[in-house]
Design a protein. Sequence first.
Length: 119
Amino acid sequence: MLDASALQRAILVGTFLQALTVMIGHFGGLVAGYEIGFLFAGMMISATVGYLYAQDVSKGYGRGACGGAISGGACALMGIAFSVALGDMAPMILVQRTLISTLTGAVGGVFGQMAADWD
């Protein structure tokens, strides 16, 4: 059902971007003042990798949303776990923000399939 190589690429790119965002926030001292901004940055990364997965695979809206949700949620889970490990976030936020990013990844997957249909 899902394209494993495209899913792997999307997760790797998203995890790299999530980790980069966490490092910028942690070592730049920005997390305390811009915590909501980092939530939206993580959501945008998840939506983007979902979009890219669905556009790459282009096999229907359901598959695009499913692959987008998996890739968006997986990379967000890694990024948020890294942030929790650094002490920037409380562990109870891990599940909530991962679910939010999973949803935005699915939405990104729908828009990625829509863009693939336009080509």
